[in-house]
Design a protein around this ligand. Structure first.
Ligand code: FE2
Length: 373
């Protein structure tokens, strides 16, 4: 099927005259009224089936964490904050830092801290969240070129903002109908040549309970493996693909839009963080398809082993419970995450926005690893 959207199909099957004459039901009027009362209605997802973007082009990424390394105190932005480590190896919760007022040095330091801790959770960020789309873009551009998602909804006029959304009538990004679980560990859009680094996400509306997010450290999952096995993994590279995600949209789901043709890229199975030098496992169930150079069964067995290892390692994971005005910042190069869709029956709204700067092409942990397919 072509890129025809569900909306187009529905519209074309109803005569235009009937649309004009049909009186609005009370239910529809209530729904419209509720929507216009919603504080963040300007950030609701839009899907324009005519929107098209050319392929992404390579660019040079300079990680802001490098600048922080030269600073006299790379953690100065946390000096007056209340800091709690969520787990020994991953995640820090921060109270008392106003993200909106962080200057350039502070943002550089934040990037370095996120590279070291994987995840930073900032509470009490109403000013940041209420500052709006232009402010989100300005924030994200400090950390890298902003990614435009090929299929997800975005606020009208702001394709660089990736939205997740569910209310009593609509659901985008939470479809897991064919699986026994809603958990799916991944690193965002890892199929891009230069996948995201520091990533910012916050909720504008949330259910009264449920919808937490899980994170894991891919530095820690790698450390659990034996040196001999890690030495073998360092020699491997894998294909990451955006094809299934695009096909899902082309089938009419999730807004039915494909703005940029899907891509596949080859990345090292173990990548090295450019600033900290730490090695991290870089395969994920959502986007990694096969390991090059291995027979099919070998590749499938090895990937399944690694995915199961990530799934089972609850002792390496952190669970983020969203409270109003929370902003999470994580490093997609060294962590993986999974949504928890345990609120499927709820009629409450869940509405989130992601700012997703791209980073460098993944650096192989093994110097000189040839990444051509
Ligand atoms: Fe994600």
């Amino acid at each position: 099927m072509s890129t025809t959207t569900v909306t187009q199909i529905q519209q074309s099957s109803v005569p235009q005259a009937a649309l004009k004459l049909r009186p609005q039901s009370d239910e529809q009027k209530n729904r419209d009224a509720k929507q216009s009362e919603y504080k963040y209605s300007h950030l609701l997802p839009a899907f324009d089936s005519q929107e098209r973007y050319p392929p992404l082009t390579p660019f040079e990424h300079v990680d802001p964490g490098f600048r922080a390394l030269k600073h006299a105190n790379p953690r100065a932005f946390l000096e007056n904050a209340n800091v709690v480590e969520l787990t020994p190896n991953l995640g820090t919760e921060v109270h008392g830092v106003d993200l909106l007022s962080l200057d350039s040095d502070g943002r550089d330091q934040l990037a370095l801290e996120v590279a070291r801790r994987g995840l930073l959770v900032f509470r009490d960020q109403q000013a940041f969240i209420d500052a709006g789309s232009e402010s989100y873009l300005e924030w994200g551009r400090h950390f890298g070129r902003l990614h435009i998602h090929p299929t997800s909804g975005h606020p009208q006029g702001y394709p660089e903002l990736h939205l997740v959304y569910k209310d009593e009538n609509k659901s985008f990004n939470f479809e897991r109908d064919e699986s026994i679980t809603t958990s799916l560990w991944h690193s965002d859009v890892s199929y891009e040549l230069q996948p995201p680094g520091l990533t910012t996400f916050f909720l504008l509306a949330q259910p009264s309970t449920g919808g937490d997010t899980l994170f894991t450290s891919q530095v820690s999952t790698l450390r659990r493996l034996s040196p001999q096995f890690v030495a073998f993994l360092r020699t491997l590279k894998a294909v990451h693909s955006g094809v299934e995600q695009a096909e899902f949209s082309r089938s009419g789901k999730r807004g039915g839009v494909v703005r940029r043709e899907p891509v596949e890229h080859v990345h090292p199975v173990i990548r090295r963080h450019p600033v900290t030098g730490e090695e991290a496992l870089y395969v994920n169930r959502q986007f990694t398809r096969r390991i090059l150079g291995l027979k099919r069964e070998e590749s499938e067995t090895l990937l399944k082993f690694l995915y199961d290892h990530v799934d089972r390692s609850v002792d390496l994971q952190a669970r983020l419970k969203w409270t109003p005005h929370t902003v999470a910042v994580w490093d997609n190069r060294i962590t993986a995450h999974s949504a928890i869709v345990d609120y499927g029956e709820s009629k409450e709204r869940r509405h989130g926005a992601r700012i997703t700067p791209q980073a460098e092409r993944p650096i192989p942990a093994l110097d000189g690893l040839d990444l051509s397919a």
